[in-house]
Design a protein around this ligand. Structure first.
Ligand SMILES: [Zn+2]
Ligand SMILES: [Zn+2]
Length: 175
């Protein structure tokens, strides 16, 4: 069972453990998913929000993989569990809620969604490293980069609402 502090760790992949094979992070995810879901429910409750059954199932689908899922893939995943197909609009509305609660992110470059493994502020700079080979995504943050970006946007009088950088390339596992 994953320790609670594991969730503070921003990396999705466990590159540091050499005994792990390429598919290990997917298994890690499955193991930690129930705990993450319980934490998400507590978080919403504390905020007076409701993690409804549909929201729980969508979030569970995101927790079950280290890869970003499109709305269509979420529909397929949930349909394979219950034989019930949710409408895309339901998925998008659910994602809006999960993103607003800081439980998920939207990857613009992939038109897909991914669970957020960290409890960071909504306006904190987030960098996604997206692997073209395995589709794995690492979410990382950098105070230094955040400050540099703040300087840059201030210089130009620009007020960012979202501070997300998406990088495409090859992860440490695949290279
Ligand atoms: Zn995040
Ligand atoms: Zn990779």
């Amino acid at each position: 069972m994953a320790r609670p502090e594991d969730h503070q760790h921003l990396h999705r992949h466990d590159h540091d453990r050499p005994e792990h094979t390429a598919c290990a992070h997917a298994h890690d995810h499955a193991a930690r998913a129930p705990l993450a879901l319980v934490e998400a429910m507590e978080l919403c409750k504390a905020r007076g929000e409701r993690l409804t059954p549909i929201r729980q199932r969508v979030l569970a689908a995101l927790y079950s993989t280290h890869k970003p899922l499109s709305a269509y893939e979420v529909i397929e995943t949930l349909a394979s569990e219950t034989d019930k197909r949710l409408a895309p609009v339901t998925i998008y509305r659910t994602m809006d809620f999960l993103i607003a609660q800081g439980l998920a992110h939207r990857l613009e470059s992939r038109n897909a969604f991914i669970a957020c493994p960290a409890r960071h502020a909504p306006d904190e700079l987030v960098v996604f490293m997206i692997c073209d080979s395995c589709s794995g995504v690492d979410e990382v943050s950098s105070d230094r980069l955040g400050l540099a970006l703040q300087d840059l946007t201030r210089q130009h009088g620009f007020k960012p609402q979202m501070r997300i950088i998406e990088l495409a390339g090859t992860c440490a596992h695949c290279s």
